[in-house]
Design a protein around this ligand. Sequence first.
Ligand SMILES: Cc1cc2nc3c(=O)[nH]c(=O)nc-3n(C[C@H](O)[C@H](O)[C@H](O)COP(=O)(O)OP(=O)(O)OC[C@H]3O[C@@H](n4cnc5c(N)ncnc54)[C@H](O)[C@@H]3O)c2cc1C
Length: 461
Amino acid sequence: MQFCMLTKRHIKDLESIVGPKRLSTGESNLELHAKDQSQHPGTRPEAVIWPGNRDDVSKILRYANKNVLPVTGWGSGTSLEGNPIPVRRGLVLDFSQMNRILDIREPDFQADVEPGVVYHDLNEKLRLRGLFFPPDPGAGATIGGMIANNASGTRTVRYGSTRANVLRLTVVLAGGEIMQIGSRASKSSSGYDLINLFVGSEGTLGIVVEATVRLRGVSEEFSAATATFTSVEMAGKAVFEIMRSGLDPASIELLSPECIALINKEKGLGLNVSPTLFIEFHGPTKKQLEDTMKIAHDICETMSCSEFRAGIDRKDRDDLLKARHELAEMIMRNHPGRSHIGIDVAVPISAYPEIISLARDESKNADIPGYTFGHAGDGNLHLVFMGKTGDRKEWSIIDEINQRIVTRALDLGGTATGEHGVGIGKRKFMQAEHGISLQWMKQIKDLFDPKGILNPGKIFP
Ligand SMILES: Cc1cc2nc3c(=O)[nH]c(=O)nc-3n(C[C@H](O)[C@H](O)[C@H](O)COP(=O)(O)OP(=O)(O)OC[C@H]3O[C@@H](n4cnc5c(N)ncnc54)[C@H](O)[C@@H]3O)c2cc1C
């Protein structure tokens, strides 16, 4: 599609919609919205707009569609696959000023929020009511960005990804129409499931202006443990056995020795530098959790676990989870002069030991700093490489490893992206993963956005 360049007339018209204070063409604002947290090169938009409400968004999209201007949504810019980079320039809609929690309906376990609400802020508000919104993606993500990427995290194994926790959306379509999809019922068999279509669509089908999200009650009790193993394969096998046993962990995270060494260095936690599982269970009574933990312990022992430390108190649990959340940032901080890529795949749980041993071998052979970790209970693997910035040879090695790991994940019946989305980085795997259904996805895209103005250059190869 041939897009129009933004002219002075466009800027004047758009300013008359949102007011001059909500639009900027200033260098620093364009630069701040040129790049997410990935290694993909940035592209500056031509203008940044901070909509104040859904009507602003509707009018902007109607105008952009008529004038064929690209429009890309922006939450916090923490994506890892180039998802919000405005590769065809045009307008970036930054939702940081649409950040109101509109309603918390405790009896229904639901909240209505605007897209710019930061996930942590929502949970901070909910904590006082004994509730939480479970997907737990680590960085300062917004609800809009989480919905667009179908983000997930340490709690997904028990509570599902963002997709499982969205009930209703208000979206603005490319032509400016405002549409409500889903319902406030916790289940429905009514027609096509547009919620599932819009969650994970990376802002390519419509712009989210309001969401009803599902909340959960904070458990009365928790029980946490760390288990260390002689190899990542054995840790992976233990994950499979724990999941097979039906124990229903609230969290089961895998960390390679390199990750543990880094956590010890930065946080002084004194953990064994071995492949480690962090396991957590939630439940109504201490007794029930003790029984559950005993079974998990037995399973780990049959997998030659070298140490099983159960009964971790709240402070130690929080310290461990915090360290896990900050791991990606620690890795980046500890390798100045290098850039990162996070290979993110997910496989059926039975194939987890195989994919992590491949990651371990690739990492060992590469002679480039590499860190293996992941939301193990979901079969989700991350392998972060820190390649020398600008070193083409190192980056072509990393590229080949990425190719091999994704290809293996697909051969194992998995997916090229467990949670970071397609963005720019995973487009090249879409054909291999989806085959003929990719054409149907493209037809859906064309139906919702015939001029292709919404986040162009993403998802499709
Ligand atoms: C240190 C670190 C750790 C991370 N850990 C995790 C993790 O554990 N799990 C995980 O899933 N991800 C993780 N991520 C990736 C990232 O945080 C998530 O993908 C997150 O959902 C992005 O949210 P955001 O608000 O930053 O969105 P952005 O990056 O700003 O945008 C994401 C996508 O959403 C679109 N978008 C934004 N707002 C809207 C809207 N209102 N309507 C339609 N489209 C919109 C954008 O165009 C873009 O395509 C991590 C990132 C970092 C840097």
